[in-house]
Design a binder for this molecule. Structure first.
Ligand SMILES: Nc1ncnc2c1ncn2[C@@H]1O[C@H](COP(=O)(O)OP(=O)(O)O)[C@@H](O)[C@H]1O
Ligand SMILES: [Mg+2]
Length: 279
């Protein structure tokens, strides 16, 4: 037998093959990601001679939060992957729920970022009053000594898709460090534990398109999502195992609201709209 093959994120085996590796492979914990707020374990995974790297976040290592029921973050991460796949945009790395050395948890393919690192070229703080061509304004930020700067993100179609996904999944924590550009040009979003709350909690950096009409592509995707989330459809059935009935109803409501307005949402005003620190 030849040596285990190292597979790229979107390798020859395709996302389905990777899902099998993630779901069935044998997991070896190699280290702990230190800057994480929950237990995030960097692991090797191997199945049928195919090996990959992944993160394993055991439910037992989830830090309790006041506004999300205990022990549900791993499931929300899988639910975010399900919705990302349903959009066809592939914005969330393959993610499964499975048992591991510290009990049930989520397992997600590890994405090697481009050498420039997370959010490279996607976010910036600038001195100007207006964003330059190719950039969108997020907010003014205090940068010390009474000076303010303008926080901007790139006017990038991949980010725009992610902004739509975040509105759909009600992402309460889209920071710069959760944007992973892969060397092949694909952009991935990670860390979807605080999503799908029944209350509006959208907190993100990607406000650059707030109030602007959705792209034709997004409108199409939302129509498809609405159909696939109808009661009894396979996606709805899978989602019902991951989030509560009330949260699934709220998800349908957000898709319907986006289709009705046809616009990117604007901050609601009763929840801090921007994660702090932003990276
Ligand atoms: N799928 C992944 N691919 C690459 N790096 C990851 C992945 N998931 C997590 N990481 C790294 O681990 C860090 C902590 O993970 P994160 O999901 O943000 O955990 P937490 O819920 O504790 O904030 C991330 O900031 C990132 O650097
Ligand atoms: Mg994080």
């Amino acid at each position: 037998m030849s040596a285990p093959e190292r597979i790229p994120p979107r390798g020859v085996t395709g996302p389905d093959g990777l899902l099998t590796v993630l779901a069935k492979g044998s997991l070896t914990v190699r280290g702990r990601v230190r800057e994480a707020s929950n237990a995030v374990l960097y692991c090797g995974i191997e199945h049928d001679g195919v090996s990959a790297s992944c993160v394993y976040k055991p439910v037992a290592g989830e830090r309790p939060l006041w506004d999300f029921p205990d022990g549900t973050l791993a499931r929300r991460e899988v639910a975010a992957y399900e919705i990302s796949e349903a959009t066809g945009w592939g914005l969330v790395p393959p993610t499964v729920l499975r048992d591991g050395p510290y009990g049930e948890g989520m397992c997600q393919l590890w994405i090697e970022t481009a050498p420039e690192g997370p959010d490279a070229g996607l976010l910036a703080l600038v001195e100007d009053e207006e964003p330059a061509e190719g950039w969108k304004a997020i907010a003014y930020a205090e940068v010390g000594e009474g000076r303010t700067a303008l926080l901007v993100h790139a006017d990038d179609p991949r980010l725009r898709r992610l902004a739509v996904l975040d509105a759909v999944i009600n992402n309460a924590d889209r920071k710069g460090g959760h944007l992973l550009p892969a060397p092949d040009g694909q952009l991935y979003g990670i860390d979807h534990g605080v999503t799908f709350n029944a209350d509006d909690k959208l907190r993100t950096l990607l406000w650059g398109w707030a109030g602007e009409p959705l792209t034709a592509e997004a409108v199409e995707v939302l129509a498809r999502l609405a159909a696939e989330l109808a009661p009894g459809r396979p996606l709805a059935t899978r989602m019902a195992e991951l989030i509560t009935a009330a949260e699934l109803e709220a998800l349908r409501g957000r898709v319907a609201a986006l289709r009705e307005t046809g616009r990117h949402p604007e901050p609601s005003g009763d929840w801090p709209a921007i994660p702090w620190p932003p990276v």
